[in-house]
Design a protein around this ligand. Structure first.
Ligand code: PLP
Length: 252
């Protein structure tokens, strides 16, 4: 029997605890009924609570892993997590789009692990703009958007960035409306309010959200609906148990 599941790709770090990065993304993909490919952008040494080390892979090494996949399969959507620099991400994204012109790309701009490890120092503004120009959606939280765009308040920064691609500003760290995410496009702003009063923090929750959105895009949902579904999936993950390592369940 042929496999009719859409192909979705994760380009992300390898986290041996399985909470974040490729392993988290693949678990989420499986729950959405899409087939997940995983390409490694970094090896990390960590548990759910302690981040010890990152070893980056070069753009060349990432593209080498991609080549056999993009030459054989039509990949509908891709989620991108940590990368060594915006330069590396840009090179990989341009290559990917050359090989798969219709691919939809969701970038989770992870700058710092919740365990405290800083992945990046200063980011090059020009490269960031060039990356945004090439993708469908970026999913920064309030801290990330401030680091990416230090001269503007978060909402204005999101509007500015949304001139290049859609921006889902995640509400986890928003002091004014905690938990509400906002989807900014060139001419709209859609709020996604939380449906649960309390959830339990999880390692890798941003990975799960961006993977779920990518899977939903691959399934044919609009960006708006993919974000709404992604939020619901992530809430279910966040409330799955009381530890930092939740389990994946699809109840919608
Ligand atoms: N992606 C990878 C590969 C990671 O190792 C981490 C954190 O360590 C993250 C993403 C972000 O995870 P968290 O949600 O715990 O900050």
């Amino acid at each position: 029997m042929p496999d009719t599941r859409p192909y979705v790709l994760s380009i992300a770090g390898f986290d041996p605890s399985g909470g974040a990065g490729i392993l988290a993304d693949i678990k989420a993909f499986e729950q959405h009924g899409v087939y997940g490919f995983g390409v490694c952008s970094a090896l990390t040494v960590q548990s759910d609570t302690d981040f010890l080390k990152v070893q980056w892979l070069s753009a060349q090494e990432i593209m080498e892993q991609l080549e056999p996949l993009v030459s054989k399969f039509k990949i509908r959507a891709c989620k991108i997590g940590i990368g060594q620099s915006m330069d590396v991400l840009l090179e990989v994204i341009l290559y990917l789009k050359r090989r798969q012109p219709h691919i939809q790309i969701v970038l989770d701009p992870v700058l710092k692990a919740s365990a405290g490890f800083n992945f990046h120092g200063a980011l090059e503004d020009q490269q960031l703009k060039a990356v945004l120009q090439e993708i469908t959606l970026a999913t920064p939280n309030y801290n990330e958007i401030q680091q990416l765009n230090p001269d503007l308040p978060p909402t204005n920064a999101a509007k500015e960035m949304a001139k290049r691609c859609a921006i889902l500003l995640k509400g986890g760290h928003n002091p004014e409306a905690p938990g509400t995410d906002y989807l900014f496009t060139q001419n709209s702003c859609t709020p996604f309010e939380p449906t649960l009063l309390s959830v339990s923090p999880k390692h890798g929750s941003g990975c799960v959200l961006s993977a779920s959105i990518a899977a939903n895009l691959a399934l044919g949902y609009t960006l708006d609906e993919a974000c709404r579904r992604g939020k619901r999936y992530t809430e279910s993950f966040l409330s799955s148990n009381d530890t930092l390592l939740g389990y994946h369940q699809h109840d919608s």
